[in-house]
Design a protein around this ligand. Structure first.
Ligand SMILES: Cc1cc2nc3c(=O)[nH]c(=O)nc-3n(C[C@H](O)[C@H](O)[C@H](O)COP(=O)(O)OP(=O)(O)OC[C@H]3O[C@@H](n4cnc5c(N)ncnc54)[C@H](O)[C@@H]3O)c2cc1C
Length: 401
């Protein structure tokens, strides 16, 4: 989703700056149309208002709006020892921030299909769909990607937006700092006894957080991060047992829960590329960084990367003849985004260290911390504005300028 958004932004900003970019997209698994009668897909993302603004500017959001998206207007996070709304919890309300919502829960497939529709309508974009990349050569004034079918694609700038196992990153020899969390995230949709009240709920329990994200049809999407051993046990459990354990894990915040879908699970890992850019290349999205889903930030960070790269390449101070593969220009994008990504990744890591393990004193301390921040209105406000992408050094298209 991040790469397609970047292509749409580059086109749009390029037109405004008087630069016409010719863009080629290599995608071996393009999205396919899905009838609206099909159930809400299991992979959903909590998109921040900043991401919505980026998608709006790139012409993708209008297609998303007509689908089954769910706004969330409140967020409540609490620690196992306490209860939601008490001293060991923190809550955010969109109204307190002067925002209509804190974000939207959107199916990943919907975002991809909307972005795909958008780039398909652009005359400067050529799609290469049949053959994956096989080799990469460097020439004096270009990089050449050779596809498995022998086709050669010469480019002055190669953008790696190919996800966590990025072929581009590996072909360029860019190393990553990696760490296993020793956890898996179990994902399913659940029915609840009580309404989700357009609220995203997250409870930190020993082993990892369990989150309930509100869906458009009244159900919630559960993202339960737990140790590998617990995940294996839960994935193999009888449905009735799973429902009971999930209901207990969420402290019955929405009453009894019952899974209405199959369960899927994902290994969780931290990974950060040592470099985002170099001569004739840039990495964006999960190709550059992979984060814990505990605050739903992966796609949001990636969309800001896409916006920052597009803005860097079309900045006013650049001459129209500037080479988009110039490492000095690309370095501006890296400096811009790496700092912000590191800050967010650091905060996520801190939360994971405090609450993610089975070490109860750390979690208790974390719980107290939540309660204290909840009462410190200015600190809480700053945290919330950062999380929804309304503060920091944001690209203009994320600020709506
Ligand atoms: C359980 C879970 C919950 C999450 N929840 C949230 C959330 O609430 N909010 C949020 O912001 N983020 C969330 N994330 C993170 C989010 O899903 C990712 O950060 C996001 O999907 C990354 O987008 P991307 O475009 O960089 O990569 P991807 O979505 O992985 O896209 C990569 C693209 O590259 C293509 N590709 C890959 N390899 C090749 C190749 N060799 N040749 C050609 N094409 C190739 C793929 O087909 C795909 O289209 C969650 C992640 C998990 C695991």
């Amino acid at each position: 989703m991040v790469g397609l958004t970047c292509a749409a932004l580059l086109t749009q900003l390029g037109v405004e700056a008087g630069r016409a970019f010719s863009i080629g997209i290599v995608e071996t698994a393009p999205p396919v149309p899905v009838p609206s009668s099909v159930d809400i897909e299991l992979r959903v993302s909590a998109l921040s208002p900043a991401s919505r603004t980026v998608l709006q500017f790139s012409g993708i959001w209008p297609t998303i709006v007509g689908t089954r998206i769910s706004p969330y207007r409140r967020m409540c996070v609490w620690q196992a020892d306490g209860a939601a709304g008490t001293a060991r919890s923190i809550s955010f309300d969109a109204a307190e921030l002067g925002e209509p919502d804190l974000g939207h829960i959107v199916e990943n497939g919907v975002i991809r299909r909307a972005a795909w529709e958008r780039v398909n309508a652009l005359h400067n974009v050529t799609l290469y769909l049949t053959s994956p990349p096989a080799a990469l050569h460097e020439e004096t004034d270009a990089l050449v990607v050779i596809l498995e079918n022998g086709q050669r694609l010469r480019t002055r700038l190669l953008v790696g937006a190919d996800g966590v196992r990025s072929w581009v990153r590996q072909a360029l020899g860019v190393r990553t700092r990696e760490r296993e969390y020793g956890q898996r995230a179990i994902v399913a949709h659940v029915e609840s006894e009580r309404s989700h009240r357009e609220t995203a709920w997250q409870r930190f329990i020993p082993g990892g957080p369990v989150a309930l994200l509100p869906l458009d049809d009244g159900r919630s999407s559960v993202v339960w991060s737990c140790s590998n051993a617990t995940a294996t046990e839960l994935m193999a459990a009888d449905k009735k047992i799973f429902d009971q354990r999930l209901t207990l894990a969420t402290d019955q915040i929405l009453g009894s829960l019952a899974a209405t879908t199959a369960l899927i699970d994902f290994p969780l890992k931290f990974a950060h590329a040592e470099r985002y850019t170099g001569r004739r290349y840039a990495l964006i999205g999960d190709a550059a960084h992979r984060v814990h889903p505990l605050a739903g930030q992966g796609a949001n960070l990636g969309l800001l990367d896409a916006a920052a790269l597009a803005e860097t390449l079309t900045a006013q101070q650049q001459s129209l003849a500037a080479d988009p593969g110039d490492p000095l220009i690309l370095r501006r994008y890296e400096r811009w985004r790496k700092g912000d990504n590191l800050l967010t990744m650091g905060m996520l890591d801190l939360l994971h260290q405090l609450f993610g393990g089975a070490w109860v004193p750390a979690a208790r301390l974390g719980g107290l911390g939540l309660g204290i921040v909840n009462r410190l209105a200015p600190v809480k406000r700053r945290l919330a504005l950062h999380a929804i992408g309304r503060s920091g050094d944001l690209p203009a298209v994320a600020r709506g300028c």
